[in-house]
Design a binder for this molecule. Structure first.
Ligand SMILES: [Zn+2]
Length: 251
């Protein structure tokens, strides 16, 4: 028994086959957060959902929500934006799939988060316009971490709360950066030191108006270190390694 029909914008995050003829679709909606819905007949006959059920597609969806528990049903969908350029570059597509997976892992059913919806839309739009995919994905996953409330303090030492400057280290278990004074001699391991520009860059990525982010000057080594730190925080709090990270590291 279906309680009500929801018509809204939604991103397709992932799909999988369900039985002989159906597909299970994970959507991220503007109004109701993440929704897992069954698309009846989508596997057997693609006519009803032509090109609609592709990850990283923005659709206008008509979803029948269940009265109590059980699966929602995707009744119909039309494409609003398919970001075709993302699909022409395999690596770019993998970065986009990582971001879809992170949205899926961090969001909940029935809990709207327009901040995440808007930054995800900003991310996919920029990606399809040809910006460096790794750089754009770093921006996105840092903002996502901030929106879900798990970003570390990029301004102060986690132990003494003094401003971060000079050589510092990142501790995922303590959930933040540690200053040189707090580290002490024996913990001061050169290979674990964080480049000076990393914390400042992450601070800027976290707080700047998205329109100003393209202006950020990032060297490759700063970006790679920032990428690894944000990846470690995501994996630590999710208590798993998102599958897309493994795919990305294999190419
Ligand atoms: Zn300190």
């Amino acid at each position: 028994m279906v309680a009500n029909l929801l018509k809204c914008q939604a991103f397709v995050l992932s799909t999988q086959d369900l039985g002989e003829s159906d597909r299970l679709v994970t959507l991220f909606t503007r109004t109701n957060g993440r929704i897992t819905a069954i698309a009846k007949g989508a596997k057997r006959s693609r006519r009803r959902f032509v090109n609609v059920l592709e990850p990283c597609t923005l659709i206008q969806a008509s979803i029948a929500l269940p009265r109590t528990t059980g699966l929602s049903r995707l009744d119909s969908a039309t494409i609003e934006e398919s970001y075709p350029a993302i699909r022409t570059d395999f690596k770019e597509y993998l970065y986009a799939c990582l971001s879809c997976e992170l949205v899926s892992l961090w969001t909940r059913e029935g809990s709207a988060d327009e901040g995440i919806f808007d930054i995800f839309k900003w991310y996919l739009t920029g990606l399809s316009e040809g910006t460096d995919p790794k750089r754009r994905t770093l921006f996105f996953k840092t903002r996502l971490l901030t929106l879900v409330g798990y970003a570390p303090d990029f301004e102060a030492c986690i132990r003494c709360k003094e401003a971060l400057e000079g050589p510092i280290q990142f501790s995922v278990s303590e959930g933040g950066f540690i200053c040189k004074a707090c580290l002490g001699g024996k913990d001061l391991i050169a290979s674990k030191m964080v480049h000076a520009g990393v914390v400042g860059s992450l601070r800027f990525i976290q707080k700047a108006d998205p329109a100003r982010l393209p202006r950020l000057n990032l060297t490759r080594s700063t970006m790679n270190q920032a990428w690894e730190i944000i990846k470690r925080i995501h994996c630590h709090h999710l208590q798993m390694m998102p599958a897309s990270y493994k795919v990305l590291s294999s190419i």
